[in-house]
Write a protein that binds this ligand. Structure first.
Ligand SMILES: NC(=O)c1ccc[n+]([C@@H]2O[C@H](COP(=O)([O-])OP(=O)(O)OC[C@H]3O[C@@H](n4cnc5c(N)ncnc54)[C@H](O)[C@@H]3O)[C@@H](O)[C@H]2O)c1
Length: 339
């Protein structure tokens, strides 16, 4: 049966949020600066948007890109080679057989954001190999119909989209701050939220219900709540760490693994799949906000951008500094002894 409440929630997003981003002016090929020497980490880098972000970064010559995503059978080798192939320039003239990407290292960092132990281990492996981190894109995310919990028992969408990233940031913050002290540094954290944060419960975050599967809360509200929290994470990190730029972004609506997963799980999404391309952009357009936020000089720390260059479109509750301050305090308590 079609879930009418879900239909209304999705219509709200369509009517009140910015949605399609085809008008954005930022063109990474033209506007993104050289990333020479930079170390970059992209969570969810094996997914559709994350992979596209990594491809665009790789075209701008960073020193090393880390793809942090779920463990997979070939340890990420196929993801790394797909990124490398897509980023490589068109076949060179016969006289030039030099691999133009050979100097960009790309590594797969197995990370399950639904497990504190896995996040700790991934951060430790990263720090063993690197003493700087210039750009962190917190892009991994889920939206799913079925309720569930993380290894530590948190609601699954909140646990992955927000709490796993909050832990990763605490573990990598010393490296980010050390990098910010280096001459010429421009350290960025881009937290990928969503216009879907408008679907959060009216309280923004239901602090009393973050443990357990929260079956009584609709899946789109659980997702919305997690994305309100991501906006709050960016605001709080920006407030506590003025040496670095931290922003939240909405990518635009893109048919990705997330949408395909929802189509498998929900009749509503299956039924509307044929018309969804009308409201969606390609991953190449969808990642422009990520890339702009990671590199453009005009980006202001602490803001939520939807789409490129358009700040302050978040709901009143997501904008509430009292809510994000409470989230920060809650997070400090939950992560006590973990970091
Ligand atoms: N596609 C859209 O229209 C849209 C709209 C707004 C926001 N977003 C956000 O964009 C981000 C990227 O999503 P996408 O659309 O590319 O979807 P996707 O499903 O293609 O990619 C999500 C990635 O996150 C990874 N991931 C999931 N659970 C994880 C875990 N426990 N640990 C580590 N990684 C995990 C997946 O393996 C996948 O690679 C998400 O944060 C999503 O909420 C997407």
């Amino acid at each position: 049966m079609i879930d009418l409440q879900a239909l209304v929630a999705s219509a709200r997003v369509t009517l009140f949020a910015s949605g399609n981003q085809s008008g954005v002016a930022f063109d990474p090929a033209r506007d993104m600066p050289s990333l020479a020497g930079k170390i970059i980490l992209v969570t969810g880098g094996a997914g559709d948007l994350g992979k596209q972000v990594a491809i665009e970064f790789a075209r701008h010559n960073p020193a090393h890109i880390y793809i942090a995503d779920l463990p997979c059978a070939d340890h990420g080798a196929s993801v790394v080679s797909a990124i490398r192939d897509a980023a490589a320039p068109a076949p060179a003239p016969a006289t030039d057989d030099d691999d133009k990407l050979s100097h960009v290292a790309i590594s797969y960092l197995e990370t399950d954001l639904a497990s504190f132990e896995s996040v700790r281990s991934a951060a430790a492996r990263f720090c063993e190999g690197q003493d700087r981190l210039d750009i962190a894109v917190l892009n991994a995310g889920i939206m799913r119909v079925r309720p569930g919990t993380t290894a530590e028992g948190y609601e699954i969408a909140f646990g992955i989209n927000y709490l796993g990233h909050a832990l990763l940031m605490r573990l990598l913050m010393p490296t980010l701050l050390r990098t910010a002290d280096l001459p010429g540094a421009d350290v960025r954290v881009v937290a990928v939220s969503s216009e879907g944060h408008v679907m959060a419960p009216k309280e923004g975050i239901l602090f009393e219900s973050l443990k357990g599967p929260c079956e009584d809360i609709k899946y789109y509200q659980r997702y919305g709540q997690s994305k309100v929290a991501v906006i709050g994470l960016a605001r709080e990190l920006a407030k506590w760490h003025p040496q670095i730029k931290v922003v939240a972004v909405h990518p635009g609506r893109v048919i990705t693994g997330m949408a395909r997963g929802l189509q498998r799980e929900s009749l509503l999404f299956r039924a509307t799949a044929p018309i969804s391309p009308l409201f969606c952009v390609s991953p190449a357009i969808g990642v422009r906000n990520h890339l702009w936020a990671a590199t453009a000089p005009e980006v202001e720390s602490g803001k939520y951008y939807e789409p490129v260059g358009v700040p302050d479109k978040e709901t009143a509750i997501a904008k509430d500094p009292g809510l994000s301050a409470r989230l920060w305090e809650w997070t400090e308590k939950e992560l006590e002894g973990v970091v």
